[in-house]
Write a protein that binds this ligand. Sequence first.
Ligand code: NAD
Ligand code: DAU
Length: 355
Amino acid sequence: MPLPPPTLLITGGAGFIGSHVVRLFVTKYPGYRIVNLDALTYAGNLENLRDVEKAPNYFFEKINILEPDALQRIFEYYKPDGVIHLAAESHVDRSILSPLDFVYTNVIGTVNLLQAARHSWKDKMEGKRFYHISTDEVYGALGETGFFTETTRYDPHSPYSASKAASDHFVRAYHDTYGLPVVISNCSNNYGPNHFPEKLIPLFINNIITRKPLPVYGDGLYTRDWLFVKDHATAIDRVYHSGKNGETYNIGGFNEWKNIDLVKLLCKLVDEKRGNAPGTSEPLITFVKDRPGHDRRYAIDATKIHKELGWSPSVTFEEGLSLTIDWYLQNTEWLQHVTSGAYLRYYEEQYRDRG
Ligand code: NAD
Ligand code: DAU
């Protein structure tokens, strides 16, 4: 009898990173069944997956990870061999406004998923894999020098990073206590097509296009380490297939930028691409009240994934940013859809009192 096709459950597949991961797996592995499980919150958008939605190996289930019965049904029906867990509340500023939403989805939702996998795989854990996607923010903030490694002590400062840190601890606890075959990766800031325009790069590209102020928090000297989203997806592929159970892999691009320098670069590139005179958009930069608990600097040491799994980023920042800006200039309908309705109410609340 032929073996059933390997089945992979990807949570949060309608979001920014998840949609790139789903596309990569659906197209690269036609022999796998790829099940995208997503609640379609404000950040989940099936338009992100138009090009693969009719593929015979792609399945979509609109399910909330806060519903254990629904998760159990999905595990019984599809019998997944692996899980790549990306579903989360992901925006730091929203976590400051509504911390409990982050506890529910990121902590309780993750534990619900761990439970479903543990019960479904209880008779045979061999060959199974629970891959949890986490963030470098769990490590806290760096000073002027140094990098986050896989052994850096956890020190989260925002409700978002605290909820991701808690979920990482639960994933490791399920490995140590129940023998669940888990792997975790902690990645730096992603950018690229389909990024929801509440995060720095897509928000500022959108505001430059629509001639709105560019709200730089604090002194603008905060530093982030940027990675093109498709490179994160290839790293996830590598970790899913070749990572070792119980291990953690840091993913990053060795690509640090101070926010203010990045914002000036965005202004320059968008002006060039739209044929504006040099310096047209920089006057939109507006320094506003800082984010509470704002981490000064993130920087990932990605040596382990490079040495052990042979992964490196494929595009330079210049190439990735250029591709990203082109995508936003060409996909104005996508931008209009995601910036209407509920998102506009969030935007007013978030920036109203920042001066
Ligand atoms: P996103 O906000 O764009 O997408 C999140 C997805 O999860 C959405 O499709 C949403 O509908 C879904 N979702 C949210 N709550 C859910 C629930 N209760 N049940 C089912 N689905 C739900 O997020 P993203 O930026 O693509 O991040 C994906 C993952 O990667 C997250 O776990 C995040 O912590 C992690 N991460 C993100 C970055 C980054 O720079 N964006 C970097 C490192 C790690
Ligand atoms: O490091 C990985 C993390 O990167 C992910 O885990 C998160 O899901 C993701 O949202 C991102 O978190 P950040 O807080 O670093 O990203 P954000 O785009 O919100 O902000 C990047 C920097 O820009 C940060 O220093 C805050 C600043 N900023 C952000 C916004 C939205 C501004 O100055 N103005 C803004 O309007």
